[in-house]
Design a protein around this ligand. Structure first.
Ligand SMILES: [Mg+2]
Length: 439
């Protein structure tokens, strides 16, 4: 009877602030980071579960320590029994009566649980010999519903309604899987629009995005209105009228400012405005949505759990739901969020700006397409062109689409050399940088 024997953590950081990749109105100098873990067993098959929480630098040590706090919940568990009841495993972590005080169900501890849950799913998919999207897509509606904790959801979505949604999508699963394997899943690119890039770089990257087959790009906004109007105009001129341009304020505004600012950019045809204000402000998002209609409000990368998503949907506060693979408590909670979005008929366009988030979240959208919402209409996964080379199974983009990954697992696994060299603060990359600073 194989058991979980080891949980190893790494504080991995990439010095992305040196090039202002990832810069926006609130996050001026991010160092994309992963609080990373490897789960090992004594099964003798050599398979490991890899997972991580994404942060942007300082505090990644805190996030890593939070993952360590989950160790005793995993080590010693029977692997087969755990993988056979991942709904129960999720509840055993999230509802721990002492850890729960650190949330409940939000922030560092919740993200740590997400990293561990995702690592277990990575192992499950590797043991099954399939990519995660395929593992999930082949589950029965009853098995999928058993993964979800419906506590706090039943006023918006009951298990029976979830079953109905999944059963309705059962017809056509095979056809959609074939479509996915053939043509991939639509993507949009954030690469042109980081706030730290100058106008020439913005325009050049806009042209490149269109040439590469993307039909949507995104610009970071919110620092200076005159600059944003100029950048939006330049981007619109560069991509032409047929490419969708979304804007992303990264929580910069109060409600009234958001409405004024978006209206000033509206003449250049804004597809959605992302994170206009605090991710906790459900009524604020609803007011902004009413104030800028028909421009869409999008949010989700900092929405801390399924309960807040439920309320955003109930309040008609968003038109685009941007779940994140590493913000909530892993695959199980994201399945709940996909089901909520399907119930409310709101498209899911996942957040993936970070390190490894593209690699993970593609699996969730592909599962959604095959087995939950059954459509990719008006749905796109964010794509950013950073740091993929550090992963064993990096995402592949072709003609503006994510190519369906075929390797077993969840795509979370980084090169061993990267884990070693980028480990903070003693990996080679960081000791070299410190030396340079001291010279
Ligand atoms: Mg964003």
């Amino acid at each position: 009877m194989p058991r979980f024997t080891e949980l190893e953590t790494y504080d991995v950081r990439f010095p992305t602030s040196l090039d202002l990749d990832g810069s926006d109105a609130m996050n001026a100098d991010p160092d994309y980071s992963a609080a990373y873990l490897i789960l090992r067993t004594d099964a003798g098959d050599g398979l490991e579960g890899h997972g991580f929480a994404f942060t942007i630098g300082r505090g990644n040590d805190v996030q890593t320590a939070a993952i360590e706090a989950v160790r005793d919940h995993v080590i010693g568990l029977d692997v087969d029994a755990t993988l056979a009841d991942l709904g129960g495993f999720w509840k055993s972590l999230v509802h721990d009566s002492q850890l729960r005080w650190l949330g409940p169900e939000k922030g560092v501890m919740h993200m740590a649980i997400g990293a561990v849950v995702n690592a277990v799913w990575d192992l499950a998919a590797k043991r099954a010999g399939v990519p995660l999207w395929k593992l999930l897509s082949d589950l029965t509606p009853e098995q999928i519903v058993a993964l979800v904790d419906f506590r706090y959801l039943t006023d918006a979505l009951t298990p029976d309604e979830a079953l109905e949604i999944l059963r309705a999508a059962s017809n056509g699963r095979a056809d959609r899987e074939a479509v996915l394997r053939e043509g991939g899943y639509p993507a949009y690119t954030t690469t042109p629009g980081w706030l730290g890039y100058d106008d020439a770089k913005l325009v050049r990257l806009c042209h490149e995005a269109v040439a590469e087959g993307f039909t949507q790009i995104k610009l970071k906004v919110g620092a200076n209105l005159d600059d944003d109007v100029r950048r939006m105009r330049l981007a619109r001129e560069a991509v032409g009228p047929d490419i969708r341009i979304a804007i992303d304020a990264n929580q910069r505004w109060d409600v009234a400012d958001a409405i004024t600012w978006v209206k000033a950019l509206a003449p250049y045809d804004v597809w959605w405005v992302e994170e206009p204000t605090s991710p906790d402000d459900i009524l604020g998002h609803a007011a902004i949505a009413r104030g800028i209609a028909p421009i869409r409000v999008a949010t989700g990368e900092h929405v801390q759990n399924r309960v807040v998503f439920k309320q955003l949907l109930q309040a008609e506060a968003l038109s685009v739901l941007q779940l994140d693979s590493a913000r909530v408590a892993g695959v199980n909670e994201n399945i709940a969020i996909l089901l909520l979005a399907a119930k409310f008929g709101v498209p899911v366009c996942p957040h993936a700006g970070g390190v490894g988030l593209c690699e993970l979240v593609q699996h969730l959208s592909m599962f959604d397409f095959v087995a939950v919402s059954g459509t990719s209409e008006n749905r796109v996964i964010e794509y950013v062109d950073h740091l993929h080379e550090h992963f064993l199974d990096p995402v592949v983009i072709k003609d503006g689409h994510y190519v369906a990954p075929l390797k077993p697992g969840f795509g979370a696994e980084m090169d061993a050399e990267t884990l070693h060299d980028y480990r903070y603060p003693n990996g080679k990359i960081w000791t070299d940088l410190t030396k340079e600073e001291n010279e």
